[in-house]
Ligand binder design. Structure first.
Ligand code: SIN
Length: 293
């Protein structure tokens, strides 16, 4: 099944909420909940179920402070720390500001990817809160990687089984050196970073749902383990195109106070760069994840 049919409300908790899918493949909008309130265990469990079913949850009108955003993130796991020089002065060590200024040409996350796959244990999920958005544009796209895997032919699935891929932040580093990516907008965590490289299975099993998902992305996957870049490229290119087919996606239009909470283990996303001369500013926290298997 792609995205589950509309559900009505959480079964328990102090703030029964509604879940409305926004597309056929992925994504649901949650309403009837105030994320600034401290959530009880039943509500957190119900949100987690919705998260595992819909892969990305959207919330409107949640003008959270940084402390409230951190608290909400911590309801779902331990948060990743941001390198000191990338923190807001005196700010919380878990908040990363994702900003494109009116004069900037480039933005953060403008290609299909999952976050931090160059790490041995990539982040489980990310929570993004919109602080300032352009009048139009700056939407984020999401693509369901369970569907990407499930719709491959049996032959391709068999070929990918057991294959591992090398993930690196080196491409971002090279782009930064060439001036295509501003140092502060790196996909990696900082402008002084050393290249980090790791290998992951090309098809990973989600640790909670036990479903299989395609786990390669055009920003961080360099090649198949044991093969050259040239040998890997044709198949990887096919997988990148296949895994982001329009029917696997949803598109979220932000408003100030909107929140997206997505699962990096079975999703890719793309932050569109179509709002020249406007500011877009978001605050992000990331939940630590485990080693893909
Ligand atoms: C990201 O890649 O985490 C940023 C997504 C966005 O700004 O919409």
């Amino acid at each position: 099944m792609a995205n589950a049919a509309p559900t009505t409300s959480a079964d328990s908790g102090n703030a029964a909420f509604t879940v409305a899918p926004i597309a056929g493949a992925v994504g649901a909008e949650i309403s009837g909940i105030d994320l600034r309130a401290s959530l009880d265990a039943a509500t957190i469990a119900a949100l987690r179920r919705a998260f595992l079913t819909h892969l990305v949850l959207f919330f409107r009108d949640q003008p959270m402070s940084d402390a409230e955003l951190v608290q909400f993130g911590q309801d779902f796991g331990q948060l990743a720390a941001i390198p000191p020089h990338r923190r807001l002065p005196g700010g919380d060590p878990h908040i990363l500001v994702v900003e494109k200024k009116p004069e900037d040409r480039l933005n953060f996350g403008s290609e299909w990817h999952s976050d931090t796959t160059y790490l041995e244990s990539p982040t489980l999920g990310s929570i993004l809160l919109a602080k300032e958005v352009p009048p139009v544009g700056g939407d984020t796209l999401f693509a369901n990687q369970y569907l990407a895997y499930e719709t491959l032919s049996d032959g391709m699935k068999a070929m990918l089984t057991g294959l591992r891929a090398v993930h690196t932040d080196g491409r971002t580093k090279r782009k930064m050196q060439l001036g295509f990516v501003p140092p502060t907008d790196a996909m990696g965590e900082d402008s002084q970073f050393k290249t980090v490289e790791t290998t992951h299975p090309v098809v990973r099993t989600h640790p909670e749902t036990k479903r299989q998902a395609l786990f390669v992305n055009m920003i961080q996957t360099e090649r198949f383990d044991g093969m050259t870049i040239e040998e890997s490229r044709p198949i990887l290119r096919y997988l990148y195109a296949h895994s982001t087919r329009p029917e696997f996606t949803c598109r979220f239009r932000w408003r100030s106070g909107s929140v997206a909470f997505w699962d990096n283990r079975c999703l890719q996303h793309w932050a569109l760069n179509d709002y020249p001369d406007h500011r877009r500013r978001m605050h992000r926290v990331q939940i630590m994840g485990d080693k893909p298997v």
